[in-house]
Design a protein around this ligand. Structure first.
Ligand SMILES: *Cc1c(COP(=O)(O)O)cnc(C)c1O
Length: 376
């Protein structure tokens, strides 16, 4: 590929912090860089939050679900349109997912559907243990009613904000601050990266302490190794955290760039049959990936026509996440919805959105899609 969907984009300062970690020999899953990275994320999100650096977003979700009490056999209600790392941890715990459709007005979980299903489940005495809504492509879920529902029914809420660091919900509330806990990812394709990494963010000291404990092999206080439960080796490396410090310094710039790229696509590709992911009023998406739908009847060409044409030019684009209820792994799993997500998967495409794309590269993607549309 010449032009990628989303590549790591260093600020140049990361090496300074990595060198500091080397110079002090903190080449370990602890150290001053890890503390500083956690503090930087906490400050960014508005302070007053516990942030625990972990080896991945999936690890963060695994710990968050275990710490809010999800156990084998429990139900976890979750957005169907998500990435594997946002769902597999449910299986690690032996819990059972139930998948939910999206709201066409936001492409995030349909809160109305969720509310109806909760009312029915409460009447039947079969409430889920936790709800896991997913911020999609940089856009927040509708957090206020989700938090209200969770409180009303006594269900735990874990928000998957792996794709939305740098974005905000209504009234400027930052993504990554929702629910009992939120999870972030710093994988290589995310808006900022530590090469690989994740974070659990919570207002609960108990959950944060639990995450620090479980992520370092559940060592009880004792001079020898003492264990009253099992843990994981999930702590973020201090070296990776050093990269994260440099990345946090440019997070807002990265968001501004991705939003500018999204705006340029929207303006240039204003064409019958091409629609963009909606951004509800008051939301501020990070536009991690610009996502469009292609109505082949109106546009004269399909999503696949565009994707394959771009691939021919060594330009990476990708269909939206394949909904989990359509995955072979989850055949037969309960799905509540009307297929809004199925239609988005059938016709949706993520365009190259990396903040390191040059102005000319953005122009080339636009020109090639325009030419494809004009030839239809
Ligand atoms: C990237 C991602 C994850 C997992 O994060 P990793 O750091 O790759 O484990 C989880 N959920 C969603 C929605 C993601 O996009």
């Amino acid at each position: 590929m010449r032009i990628w969907l989303s590549r790591p984009h260093m600020s140049g300062r990361e090496k300074v912090y990595v060198d500091q970690a080397f110079d002090s020999n903190f080449v370990a899953p602890l150290g001053p860089q890890l503390d500083a990275f956690e503090a930087a994320v906490s400050d960014y999100l508005g302070g007053n939050l516990h942030c625990v650096g972990l080896s991945s977003g999936s690890a963060a979700l695994h710990l968050a679900l275990r710490l809010v009490g999800v156990e084998a056999g429990d139900e976890v209600w979750i957005s169907s349109m998500t990435f594997a790392g946002g769902i597999f941890p449910v299986l690690y715990l032996g819990a059972r997912p139930v998948f939910f459709d999206l709201d066409p007005a936001s492409w995030t979980v349909d809160v109305g559907l969720l509310g109806e299903a909760l009312a029915k489940a409460a009447a039947a005495g079969k409430l889920p243990k936790a709800i896991v809504p997913t911020d999609l492509y940089g856009q927040s879920v509708d957090l206020d009613p989700l938090e209200a529902l969770a409180a009303e029914y006594g269900v735990r809420l874990v928000v998957d904000s792996a794709e939305s660091l740098g974005a905000s919900y209504r009234n400027g509330r930052k993504c990554g601050t929702g629910g009992d806990a939120s999870i972030l990812s710093f994988n290589g394709n995310k808006i900022i990266t530590t090469s690989g990494g994740g974070m659990l963010v919570t207002r609960s000291k108990e959950i944060a302490d639990g995450a620090r404990f479980l992520s370092t092999q559940a060592r009880d206080p004792a001079p020898h190794y003492e264990h009253s439960t099992f843990g994981y080796n999930y702590r973020l490396s201090n070296i990776c955290a050093a990269i994260g410090i440099g990345q946090m310094e440019v997070l807002d710039d990265r968001v501004a760039t991705r939003r500018a790229i999204n705006h340029r696509y929207r303006t240039a590709l204003d064409h019958p049959g091409i629609a963009f992911m909606p951004e509800p009023a008051g939301y501020h998406s990070s536009q991690w990936l610009t996502a469009i739908t292609v109505d082949a009847g109106q546009a004269g060409i399909s999503r696949e026509d565009i994707r394959l044409m771009l691939m021919d030019q060594q330009i990476e684009s990708r269909p939206l996440w394949k909904p989990m209820h359509m995955q072979p792994l989850f055949s037969g799993t309960r799905y509540i919805g009307s297929g809004v997500d199925e239609a988005l998967f059938a016709n949706g495409l993520c365009l190259p959105s990396g903040s390191d794309m040059s102005h000319d590269e953005q122009g080339e993607v636009i020109d090639r899609i325009k030419a494809c549309l004009a030839a239809a």
